[in-house]
Write a protein of this length. Structure first.
Length: 78
C-alpha cells in the first residue's frame, strides 16, 4: 500500500477549502420567506439571498383509506 503524508500546510489548505465549501452550501440552500404581497395562498423560498421563487401552496390530500372509511360510516348510519 502507498500512503501519502500531507504536510501541515496542505492539511490546513484542505480544511480551509472544506470550510468555505460548507459555508457556501449553507448560504445557498432555499430558505422559506413570507410574502405579504402575495398572501397566505403562496409559498416563497429565497436561495443564496438572490433568487426568490414563489408557488401556490398545495392543499393536503386526504388519504383514500380515510375517505373510504368516512363513506362507509355514512352509509351505515342512514
Amino acid at each position: 500500500m502507498i500512503f501519502f503524508r500531507l504536510s501541515p500546510k496542505a492539511l490546513a489548505i484542505v480544511v480551509a477549502a472544506v470550510a468555505v465549501v460548507s459555508a457556501v452550501l449553507l448560504a445557498a440552500r432555499p430558505q422559506p420567506i413570507e410574502s405579504a404581497v402575495l398572501g397566505a395562498a403562496w409559498e416563497c423560498t429565497q436561495t443564496a439571498f438572490i433568487l426568490t421563487s414563489c408557488a401556490p401552496r398545495t392543499q393536503q390530500a386526504i388519504p383514500a383509506v380515510e375517505t373510504l372509511r368516512k363513506e362507509a360510516v355514512r352509509q351505515t348510519k342512514g
